[in-house]
Design a protein around this ligand. Structure first.
Ligand SMILES: [Zn+2]
Ligand SMILES: [Zn+2]
Length: 415
């Protein structure tokens, strides 16, 4: 489930409603587009309904960490994955509920801004432990099983903080959302003593969506991580508060109705095992076909979806395309049309390299224990738009026959 956030338009101040994954914010009042920066993790407040005898400055806000995304982990000879979507408390407290349950989804949240009155309780549980509980794979993070886990990665995740407003009254602590009495105030005394005021650095930050090259308007979908300038034919991805140009290629299709799905073509170098050429990769993964030295001078790249889909479909299509990349014709840098929006950034794609390597390895028992010794560096990402033909239940890539369940693409956004 996605969160709904009420945000003031950075240009005209009007109240607009966003989803938590939205990046490109289009204001229906002033018609100005703004792009929300990734570097500021979202901090949101649940709405409070205060009785007359309580002032906003008396509120204290309890932090919850929200995690939504896919976890991949490689243990023994298995590559496993899991979708996680949860909010867990980030302080030790007995009175306050450990999870927010359905509240964040059922209510309209507002971003924390510097003018919010009241105190923010400091997080006391490390983010890693909150994750471990949230993923309910505690054994995975425990010391005993640590040796057997060769790799784990979080992909496509949103990490944000949601604050539950509370207040003290006549010796008791109250939930400020529904004014329920949660118990004796002594139970939260040490947390209330350690609060801080809201900070300007917690506020969401925006940049204008003008093309840095020609000044034209950049376009995209609301959750796009890569924006397009149709005026000068360029693609841009935000990095550290600036739009940076992205290289891309489009592989031609024989079908005029083909849908173009974006993939990150990731190249990298490795230490611990030589994976320089596509031939090296075929040997490492022990692919069951005869190739001799045919691919020893073919550079290796991984093809990772640049869009959100469930982890099973993600791994499947990345694996099929990476193994059969030699069947793809060379693309060209032409206008991108009939495409699916890029809503998974290049940093996420890089996180997936080892999971795809493991998933495509035939002899898992011998090879997967080598994964922790292999380090990946010098990663470079460009976009490759591949034509897929729509069939009743699947999208099929024309040259490699790689398939993607149509439903996975449709529901991917809500992941
Ligand atoms: Zn506006
Ligand atoms: Zn431009």
């Amino acid at each position: 489930m996605e969160l709904t956030i009420e945000q003031n338009c950075p240009s005209c101040g009007a109240s607009i409603v966003l989803r938590e994954d939205d990046r490109l914010i289009r204001c229906i009042y002033c018609d100005v587009n703004n792009y929300r920066l990734e570097r500021v993790a979202g901090r949101y407040l649940l709405p409070s309904k205060l009785p007359a005898h309580i002032d906003q400055s008396q509120l204290f806000y309890t932090p919850y960490l929200r995690f939504k995304g896919s976890i991949f982990y490689i243990r023994g000879a298995e590559v496993k994955h899991k979708i996680v979507d949860t909010s867990r408390i980030a302080i030790e407290a007995d009175t306050i509920p450990v999870s927010l349950g359905l509240r964040p989804q059922a209510m309209r949240l507002t971003p924390v801004v510097s003018t919010v009155k009241g105190g923010f309780v400091c997080q006391t549980v490390p983010t890693k432990s909150v994750f471990a509980q949230a993923a309910m794979v505690t054994d995975l993070f425990g010391e005993k099983s640590e040796r057997a886990v060769y790799h784990r990665a979080f992909i496509g995740e949103t990490l944000s903080r949601i604050y539950q407003p509370c207040y003290l009254h006549e010796g008791a602590v109250f939930d400020a959302v529904d004014n329920r009495n949660l118990g004796d105030q002594s139970l939260v005394a040490n947390h209330v003593a350690k609060t801080c005021a809201s900070k300007a650095s917690w506020e969401p930050q925006f940049i204008s969506t003008l093309c840095p090259q020609c000044g034209g308007l950049l376009g995209g979908k609301r959750d796009s991580r890569v924006l397009q300038c149709k005026n000068c034919e360029s693609l841009w991805q935000e990095n550290d508060g600036k739009f940076m140009p992205i290289e891309w290629q489009v592989v031609e299709s024989a079908e005029s109705t083909a849908k173009y799905l974006p993939f990150w073509q990731v190249t990298f170098s490795t230490k611990g095992w030589n994976l320089k050429s596509f031939g090296d990769y075929l040997r490492f993964t022990n692919q069951p076909f005869v190739f001799g030295d045919r691919f020893d001078s073919t550079p290796l790249s991984f093809l990772i979806p640049a869009f959100k889909i469930n982890p099973r479909a993600f791994l499947q299509v990345a694996s099929q395309l990476t193994v059969s990349q030699w069947k793809l014709p060379k693309g060209s840098k032409r206008r991108v049309v009939n495409d699916h929006s890029v809503n998974l950034g290049d940093k996420e794609a890089i996180q997936a390299i080892k999971s795809v390597l493991a998933a495509t390895t035939v002899n898992k028992k011998d090879r997967l224990p080598l994964l922790p010794k292999i380090t990946v560096s010098n990663t470079e990402c460009t976009l490759m738009y591949l034509p897929f033909i729509e069939q009743p239940h699947d999208y099929v890539q024309e040259h490699t026959r790689a398939t993607l369940i149509a439903a996975a693409l449709r529901y991917g956004r809500s992941l």
